[in-house]
Design a protein around this ligand. Structure first.
Ligand SMILES: NC(=O)c1ccc[n+]([C@@H]2O[C@H](COP(=O)([O-])OP(=O)(O)OC[C@H]3O[C@@H](n4cnc5c(N)ncnc54)[C@H](OP(=O)(O)O)[C@@H]3O)[C@@H](O)[C@H]2O)c1
Length: 170
């Protein structure tokens, strides 16, 4: 990603999205994100330049000329994101990494589709720690659960409408 790139982060209020907004801003991107109305102030506070309330507006109609989409939803959202990418643009998904059909469909349209999976990476983690120390990255924790309540934590996660990340203490 280069400075000035237009980046679309899907689900910007969630665990992955709220970190992605801050990382994209720290690299100088213009960040657009989808979030429901209750999370507008939250994602703007993280640096989002534009917020699309996906419950009222179709992102595929409202957004265009995107260099990079970060997809945290998969399915229809991933597929329809093809329309918002500029030629040569790239969608990176956290949820549909192996979707050969979408990889081929994006390639045929002159765009790229690829997946990421979290791997322990000390060098990258040191970089993130540096951003935290400089105040350029913060992780929002709405709730902390003791290990005995792991099932409750999972139920909260499965709601699909979290703000930030839950913490489990062991
Ligand atoms: N590949 C990897 O290594 C990796 C790592 C971590 C997570 N993941 C995966 O990434 C996905 C996202 O994880 P997460 O922790 O960010 O989830 P999360 O914390 O539950 O957040 C999901 C967010 O999506 C928003 N949302 C729901 N429906 C939406 C829609 N139609 N359009 C736009 N936003 C919508 C919700 O906000 P509203 O309240 O605004 O609806 C919520 O903030 C999960 O499937 C997870 O398994 C993958």
């Amino acid at each position: 990603m280069s400075e000035g790139d237009r980046v679309l982060v899907h689900g910007g209020g969630g665990g992955v999205g709220h970190v992605a907004i801050q990382l994209a801003k720290s690299l100088g991107a213009h960040v657009i994100t989808t979030a429901s109305a209750g999370k507008r102030a939250f994602v703007e506070g993280l640096g989002a330049d534009e917020v699309v309330d996906y419950t009222k507006v179709d992102f595929a109609e409202a957004v265009h000329d995107i260099d990079l989409v970060l997809d945290t939803l998969g399915g229809d959202t991933a597929e329809r994101s093809l329309d918002v990418l500029r030629p040569g643009g790239h969608l990176v998904t956290a949820v549909a990494e192996e979707d050969a059909t979408l990889i081929a469909k994006f390639a045929a349209a002159g765009r790229r589709f690829s997946g990421i999976a979290v791997d322990p990476d000390p060098v990258a983690l040191r970089g993130l720690a540096g951003l935290v120390e400089r105040g350029e990255l913060r992780v929002h924790v709405p709730e902390t659960f003791p290990f005995e309540r792991v099932a409750d934590a999972h139920r909260r996660l499965e709601s699909g409408h979290l703000r930030g990340k839950l913490v489990l203490t062991v």
